[in-house]
Design a protein around this ligand. Structure first.
Ligand SMILES: *[C@@H]1O[C@H](CO)[C@@H](O)[C@H](O)[C@H]1NC(C)=O
Ligand SMILES: [Zn+2]
Length: 157
């Protein structure tokens, strides 16, 4: 089953919100996992790394359900997509993954994100979203920038 992580957010003065996910500096995507056999939701958050550039075809997330003991796996399909600025917040898929025997049911935006100034092109790095809204100041544009009203959703791709 192919699932997608979708985001809806208000980007003010910035665009192209993206996980900082490179070969040298991989991003760990944090999810809650549900077993599709016994419907058990694993109580702990699990992390998955994107290994597109490495061993192709190999599952990059393998897990065994504690209740029914079945083995399950998930694969991130491609590089994450940048979330663009728009006047009205639009839902967009950031990431797609192929899940076998499990579903990701909740996402936690841990890790560092990047974005750039809408007009100025100023680079913002080290953006943290796990506590919710993000605020900063764009020196070049002399204006406050922010990312607010984030809604994360996992849906069928
Ligand atoms: C990603 O993070 C690394 C390490 O903090 C940093 O050196 C790099 O500039 C960041 N990349 C982007 C595109 O922001
Ligand atoms: Zn199970």
């Amino acid at each position: 089953m192919v699932l997608a992580l979708a985001l809806t957010a208000e980007l003010n003065g910035v665009t192209d919100l993206l996980p900082n996910d490179t070969e040298d500096n991989p991003f760990f995507y944090t999810f809650k996992v549900q077993c599709t056999s016994c419907r058990e939701i694993h109580p702990n958050w699990v992390t998955e790394q994107n290994e597109i550039s490495g061993s192709r075809g190999e599952a990059n997330f393998v897990w065994r359900c504690k209740s029914c003991k079945r083995e399950q796996s998930a694969n991130i399909k491609e590089k994450p997509k940048a979330y663009p600025h728009s006047d009205a917040a639009k839902k967009q898929n950031i990431l797609e993954f192929d899940c076998r025997g499990l579903e990701f049911v909740e996402f936690k935006p841990d890790g560092e994100w990047t974005a750039k100034g809408l007009e100025s092109g100023t680079k913002f790095t080290g953006i943290e979203l796990h506590e919710g809204d993000w605020f900063d100041y764009d020196e070049k544009a002399s204006e406050e920038v922010s990312i607010t009203d984030m809604k994360w959703e996992i849906r069928r791709a």
